[in-house]
Design a protein around this ligand. Sequence first.
Ligand SMILES: O=C(O)[C@H](O)[C@@H](O)[C@H](O)[C@H](O)COP(=O)(O)O
Length: 248
Amino acid sequence: MSDPDVIVYRDGDELAKVTAMRLVARLAAAQAERGSASVVLTGGTIGIQTLAEVAKADNRDMVDWSLVDVWWGDERFLPAGDPERNETGARTALLDHVPVVPERVRVMAPSDAGKTAEQAAAEYALLLREAAEGGPGPDFDVLLLGLGPDCHVASLFPGLPGPREEALSVIAVHDSPKPPPTRISLTFPTIRAAREVWIVASGESKSAAVRDAFTGDDPARHPGAGARGRERTVFLLDEAAAGRLPTR
Ligand SMILES: O=C(O)[C@H](O)[C@@H](O)[C@H](O)[C@H](O)COP(=O)(O)O
């Protein structure tokens, strides 16, 4: 698999703005090629900021939002509408501002829907299988990931079982070191089914994690190192987050 592409911007604001424009262009290109497009969203600061920039992007309406399938890479297992849920952040930042079709927005179940985290994960795995058309997962055009200072991606944390999971496509995560403790997450087989994986990271606190995600060879220790796309992997960084890359 080829090395990730690395694209570096001056600061977090420019990173979010240009990543948003790139995302719109990529989704529009996918629709031109195949008639629809699919994107996997992430939570986290720069992840949600990027979605807010999509909502403001000049090229936003290049995308036919009614033909976009929306998924999540992970979710915090909290009640529906909780401001800390990744879904809430994505709706506020973008989904409430573009004409997505509700049936094409696949939400990971909240904690007050009468399901355990394991049941919610199994339900999402079923949605993925139904959309997979025989492959390991749906043909995601772009799977967005933030990056934790410990090199976690989605809710796959070093030291927890998630990064080693190869059988299940979606898992429940307990004892997350990043609150809340219970989460739902795609696993690496599903992440790696995406055509393109984009890791978006901002700030000096992520620079060691970026280096480990770029150079690491053990996703159990450095989960970011396991986040690779089928066709392409892109690290979208600001200068501070890129500061420890070997090429810098
Ligand atoms: O649910 C979450 O918190 C995210 O999915 C998580 O993977 C996030 O993207 C990283 O922790 C980076 O978050 P920050 O950009 O806020 O540091």
